[in-house]
Ligand binder design. Structure first.
Ligand code: B1M
Length: 211
């Protein structure tokens, strides 16, 4: 990793929003957007996560780091979208499940999918199963993607799959899930069609399933 990407990681950990902006602008002239994301921003976010877990960082500080991530993503978005392919004419609905307010990973997945040529309808955070179901009725997507970052909110993924089945819509849409506590085994158990470990892999998964 280079010093500039190290500095980006440290600036995100420090929650320095104006600092991150200028560093990311400088970095995208020298590195691919993927590298700025993975080797800079995500490295910093990993440290934030560990310190948060170990009570060495608290919610206000984590929010500042999350704001830095969002600012950086605004700058990266056009580059990430550019690196994707042409329009595929496929609609994907994404959202973070009920009770869960984490949206950075979900937003990144949305950006990568847009970059990959999908039309993305983002339902936001704290999305209840019935809201997913109504959105599937309204938008008739080929793919529905749910994100969960809390072990306590993962069960809403299954509730959503079950609600789609009950509404007779499960056969009309492929369902994928992702987020830090989610894994392939869980994805299978709840009857979804796939698991995305990260934003890049999710774009590939979407292309395999509906591209
Ligand atoms: Co929260 N939080 N948080 N938090 N937070 C975690 C998730 C936690 C692991 C921290 C820790 O203890 N180490 C822990 C969860 C523990 C658990 O459930 N086992 C935790 C907790 C406990 C909480 C609160 C309960 C704290 C409290 O209030 N006491 C609270 C819950 C609020 C709620 O949601 N109801 C809370 C609040 C917050 C903040 C608001 C302060 C902030 C969120 C800001 C925001 O999102 N707007 C926050 C943050 C920032 C984190 C950490 C530090 C970072 C999450 C993140 O953005 N990562 C997180 C620790 C961690 O994960 N290391 C933590 C960067 C992001 C790019 O990665 O989201 O994993 P990620 O997304 C990846 C992949 O997972 C995947 O692709 C993404 C890109 O590669 N992916 C998908 C994600 N969604 C996908 C969907 C897909 C496919 C792939 O298909 C559709």
């Amino acid at each position: 990793m280079t010093r500039l990407l190290d500095k980006i990681a440290q600036t995100l950990i420090n929650g320095d929003r104006s600092g991150i902006e200028s560093l990311v602008r400088e970095a995208i002239e020298q590195f691919t957007p993927d590298s700025v994301l993975e080797d800079g921003l995500m490295k910093g976010m990993e440290v934030v996560g560990k310190r948060f877990r170990d009570c060495e960082m608290f919610i206000p500080e984590v929010i500042r780091s999350a704001d830095c991530m969002k600012k950086a993503m605004e700058i990266l978005q056009p580059r990430l979208v550019e690196t994707g392919g042409g329009k595929l004419g496929r609609t994907v609905i994404i959202g973070t499940v009920k009770g869960d307010l984490h949206d950075i990973g979900k937003n990144l997945v949305g950006m990568m999918l847009e970059g990959g040529g999908f039309h993305v309808v983002d339902l936001g955070v704290d999305v209840a199963p019935e809201k997913f179901v109504n959105a599937v009725r309204e938008h008739k997507p080929q793919l529905l993607g749910m994100s969960a970052l809390l072990t306590t909110t993962m069960p809403f993924m299954k509730e959503t799959v079950d609600a789609l089945k009950e509404a007779g819509l499960k056969d009309s849409v492929r369902v994928i899930v992702g987020g830090a506590p989610v894994n392939m085994e869980f994805a299978r158990e709840i009857g979804s069609d796939g698991y995305g470990p990260n934003a890049g892999a999710t774009m590939e998964l979407a292309r395999d399933l509906i591209g």
